[in-house]
Design a protein around this ligand. Structure first.
Ligand SMILES: Cc1cc2nc3c(=O)[nH]c(=O)nc-3n(C[C@H](O)[C@H](O)[C@H](O)COP(=O)(O)O)c2cc1C
Length: 252
C-alpha cells in the first residue's frame, strides 16, 4: 500500500517535470524564414511535446457559419467574411487550450470589421488532441498532398468583397484542409480580395500570401498578418492593438 502511494506521488512529479520542460523549451523558437530551421523547430516541438491526454475527444461539430449580430444588416448583409481554421487541445507552448490561437485572432477581426465568419472544421474530426500526434498526422497530409474534407456548407460567397483567411502555420505551410477550401471555391473567390493571417510558433507568415496567390491566381491577395500563437493566447491586449493597426492600414 505504502509503495503504491510512493509510486503515485513519484509519477505526479514526473508528469509536472515533463510538462514544465516542454513549456520552457517552447519559448526558444526564434523568428526565421528558413524552411529547414522551421522543420527542425517543429520536430523539436514534436519531440518535446507532452503525452497528456485530453479526454474531450467527443467534442461535437458545431455550426460553423455565423453572421455577425452587431450589424444592422439582415443575415448575409456584410461584405466582409472571415474564414479560419484553428485547433483546440494541446498546442505548442500554450498547453491545453479550449479556444484556438487563430480563432482568437479571427474573433478580433470580426469584432472590429463586423464581418461574417466561417470556420473550416474537418468533416470527421480525426485530428488528434495531443500535439505530438497532431504533428504526425499533419506531416503525413502534407507529404501526401492530401485534401481533407471539411464540414458544413460554405456561405454564398458572392456577397463578399473582402475575405480574411487565417490558419495556424503547419510545417511551414497552410494546413492542407485550407487548400481544400481554396480549390473547392476557386471560382467563387475569383476577383475578390483575400487577406491572409497566420498564428505560429516562430515561422511568421510562412509565405501564406504567396502560396495563396499561387493557389488562387484570379484573386487579389492583400497584406497579411502573422501573430505568435502564445501571444494570441496570453497577451491579447497587445495583439488586439496589432490587429487593429493592421486593419486600419488596410482601410478597415
Ligand atoms: C501540426 C503542426 C505543425 C506546426 N508547424 C509549425 C511551423 O512550421 N512553424 C511554426 O512556427 N509553428 C508551427 N506550429 C505551431 C502552430 O502554428 C501554432 O501553435 C498556432 O498558433 C496554432 O494555432 P491554432 O491554435 O489556431 O491551431 C505547428 C503546430 C502544429 C499542430
Amino acid at each position: 500500500m505504502k509503495r503504491k502511494h510512493f509510486f503515485a506521488i513519484f509519477l505526479c512529479f514526473l508528469m509536472v517535470f515533463a510538462f514544465t520542460a516542454c513549456e520552457a523549451s517552447a519559448g526558444n523558437i526564434s523568428e526565421t524564414d528558413s524552411t529547414s530551421q522551421k522543420a527542425e523547430a517543429v520536430s523539436d516541438i514534436a519531440e518535446k511535446g507532452t503525452t497528456q491526454q485530453v479526454e474531450d475527444k467527443d467534442k461535437k461539430q458545431q455550426a460553423n457559419t455565423s453572421v455577425n449580430d452587431d450589424t444592422e444588416e439582415p443575415s448575409g448583409g456584410s461584405n466582409i467574411l472571415v474564414v479560419y481554421f484553428s485547433r483546440t487541445g494541446e498546442q505548442y507552448g500554450v498547453g491545453v487550450i479550449d479556444k484556438g490561437n487563430t480563432a482568437i485572432v479571427a474573433d478580433m477581426i470580426i469584432e472590429t470589421t463586423g464581418a461574417d465568419s466561417f470556420e473550416i472544421l474537418p468533416q470527421d474530426d480525426y485530428y488528434p488532441y495531443t500535439y505530438d500526434e497532431l504533428t504526425e498526422v499533419a506531416k503525413k497530409e502534407q507529404n501526401e498532398n492530401a485534401r481533407p474534407a471539411y464540414a458544413g456548407d460554405i456561405p454564398d460567397l458572392s456577397q463578399y468583397e473582402t475575405i480574411f483567411i487565417g490558419a495556424p502555420v503547419w510545417w511551414g505551410d497552410w494546413p492542407m484542409i485550407c487548400y481544400t477550401f481554396f480549390e473547392n471555391n476557386a471560382d467563387s473567390l475569383a476577383g475578390k480580395t483575400l487577406i491572409p493571417f497566420s498564428t505560429h510558433a516562430g515561422s511568421g507568415l510562412s509565405g501564406f500570401d504567396s502560396k495563396l496567390s499561387s493557389a488562387l491566381p484570379n484573386s487579389t491577395v492583400g497584406e497579411g498578418l502573422a501573430i505568435s500563437g502564445s501571444d494570441a493566447q496570453n497577451d491579447q491586449d497587445s495583439v488586439r492593438v496589432t490587429v487593429n493597426d493592421w486593419l486600419s492600414g488596410l482601410g478597415f
